[in-house]
Write a protein that binds this ligand. Structure first.
Ligand code: DC
Length: 216
């Protein structure tokens, strides 16, 4: 395992943009673990698996899936699904299925393996607490719910399925509740993570703050 910079935080805090920029600045690989959860959720939905399915059936269904992440793209059984996973529906189901133990158990070794053999910036819900607890540097990136909703709205504005700002806020609050209250790997700040509030910062400013904090 090379050096890992693990970035945690709620949906819409800017983890993706910041992690990508930071990786480029440092010459590290970049891993978006949310994309892996979204790809798995897409697969489960395609296979007719619903939120109330038993763990056994989810486990069985996952036996026929492979998920990979390379050069910023996510692959489901070898097919690039990077665009498909960005819909509102995929976001919803990824939040639902990421609370299920067979899904987390399935993705754990895949994430660890993607961290082998190079330096890595890894972003996602449980990076600092579960997947890379021994990370070289840990960051918890936060922003107010209102600002995160605004960013989501801006992101979806020109997509085939745009949402209103009110919808975006409701979505963010609902996701926060589900991601924080779940039993397995809930959203939480690791005590040794550096806390950064990005509410009034640009991605560039956040990256500068991180570089300063890690002494680069
Ligand atoms: O960061 P995102 O919105 O692409 O993540 C999609 C969902 O997956 C989100 O509801 C949280 C979940 N997730 C997770 O539980 N653990 C991770 N390491 C990454 C994402």
């Amino acid at each position: 395992m090379g050096k890992v910079i693990a970035i945690d935080g709620p949906s819409g805090a800017g983890k993706g943009t910041v992690a990508r920029m930071l990786a480029r600045r440092l010459g590290f690989e970049y891993l978006d673990t949310g994309a892996l959860y979204r790809a798995v959720a897409l697969y489960l939905v395609q296979k007719g698996i619903g939120p109330d399915e038993s763990d056994e059936n989810i486990l069985e269904t996952l036996k026929s899936v492979s998920v990979d992440f390379k050069d910023g793209r996510v692959y489901l059984n070898g097919r690039d699904v990077s665009a498909e996973i960005r819909t509102k529906e995929a976001g919803h189901y990824s939040s639902v299925f990421s609370a299920r133990k067979p899904v987390r158990d399935f993705l754990f070794p895949i994430q660890r393996k993607l961290g082998e053999g190079h330096n890595l910036v890894a972003e996602g819900r449980d990076m600092t607490t579960v997947v890379f607890p021994g990370a070289w540097e840990k960051i918890y990136l936060d922003a107010s719910a209102k600002e995160r909703a605004r960013r989501r709205y801006e992101q979806m504005k020109d997509s085939p399925n745009p949402m209103t700002e009110a919808d975006a806020l409701e979505d963010v609050l609902k996701r926060d509740r589900r991601d924080s209250s779940r039993e397995i790997a809930p959203l939480s700040k690791s005590p040794d993570a550096i806390y950064i509030d990005s509410t009034s910062l640009s991605p560039e400013e956040v990256v500068e703050k991180i570089l300063k904090a890690i002494g680069d």
